[in-house]
Design a protein around this ligand. Structure first.
Ligand code: BEZ
Length: 341
């Protein structure tokens, strides 16, 4: 984050700040990490791993717009999309130090660092994406965001990509038996891995950029994916059997660097929080709207689309995984209780 002390509310506060700094330096004391004043100008950096066409990027753009308007142009946001700054592990490290200010980080990666986030990957909790997005404001979800404090992050919100479905090269997956022995690409996360293992499949963690070629060459038999990624990355070109399973949802955690936040005045922290909330409220609605638009588009692609009509076929796996994770973390237990229908 670049902080420009010159501001439009007047030179006086800048001079006062300068005098304070000079006084502190003169007395041999380093200026303490004081929060900035409300007229300061900021250039923030935000990062995420998806393409510019993806709903997470659009949400980031909306945030930049909201922040710029609400701060009368004092605050701007540079967006680094599509993993330009490296893998999520590196992004989080830079967020911890304050080299980056904001991140939209997959819950998949963050669940490897924070147990409670596995709650979002409990199988067959939500029938559709809209239902999943409502869990964003539940108490357990808010508690999970607070837990990110231990990682040097301010958990601001949850954003969504879509619910997960199954795309295969050979046939649809309507029962656990259909998945047996199949090599299925997943995003590496403990609960996702456990789910596919329990189905008898061979879960294969793989980053998104490798998926297209791996499907094409047959390195994998299929993928666990959301419709937005499936449509934007054109995976249907190499696999034609789509099962609408809604077996999990797929959120991202929207975070701010604690180091960056501590440099803002209380008023500016509120301004940033409100701008992010407005952006994510918009993004969540956009993600839900895209779910049906993407499905309509995919129907035109000549692929075989089937729905898991009998979810009870998966009930043993669902119960086993939910029990295992509820025992691991009290927040997962209360998330499951809160979202139970
Ligand atoms: C994935 O790796 O499956 C993924 C990551 C970010 C957004 C959507 C999907």
């Amino acid at each position: 984050m670049k902080i420009l002390k010159s501001n439009r509310t007047g030179l006086i506060s800048a001079c006062l700040s300068l005098m304070l700094v000079l006084t502190a330096c003169g007395s041999g004391t380093e200026p303490s990490n004081t929060a900035g004043s409300s007229g300061d100008e900021y250039k923030f950096k935000l990062t995420h791993i998806t393409q510019p066409s993806h709903v997470w990027h659009k949400t980031a753009e909306k945030f930049a717009e909201e922040l710029n308007t609400r701060s009368d142009g004092r605050m701007t946001v540079e967006i680094y999309a599509a993993g330009q700054l490296g893998p999520e592990k590196d992004m989080v490290q830079q967020l911890e130090t304050g080299a980056l200010d904001f991140g939209i980080i997959t819950n998949g990666y963050m669940s490897t660092r924070l147990e409670s986030l596995n709650a979002w990957f409990m199988p067959f909790v939500f029938d559709n994406l809209e239902e999943a997005t409502k869990a964003r404001t539940t108490e357990p979800a808010k508690e999970m965001l607070k837990e990110l404090d231990k990682q040097g992050l301010v958990g601001m919100d949850f954003m969504f990509a879509g619910n997960r479905h199954i795309l295969m090269k050979q046939s649809n997956v309507l029962t656990p038996e259909d998945a047996k022995g199949k090599k299925v690409r997943i995003l590496g996360s403990p609960a996702i891995q456990d789910f596919w293992t329990a189905l008898g499949a061979g879960p294969t963690p793989m980053p998104l950029p490798e998926v297209y070629t791996s499907l094409q060459t047959g390195v994998i038999d299929g993928i666990d994916i959301d419709l937005d990624a499936l449509a934007t990355e054109k995976y249907y070109e190499n696999a034609k059997y789509l099962t609408l399973s809604n077996h999990m949802t797929f959120p991202a955690v929207v975070v701010m660097s604690k180091a960056s936040q501590s440099k803002l005045s209380a008023e500016d922290q509120t301004l940033v929080n409100e701008a992010m909330k407005a952006a994510v409220d918009w993004g969540v609605q956009e993600a839900v709207a895209r779910e049906s638009k993407n499905l309509e588009e995919l129907k035109k692609m000549g692929i075989e689309i089937k729905e898991v009509s009998d979810r009870s076929a998966f009930s043993q796996v669902k119960e086993d995984i939910q029990k295992k994770y509820a025992e691991k973390d009290p927040l997962i237990k209360s998330f499951l209780e809160t979202t139970k229908k």
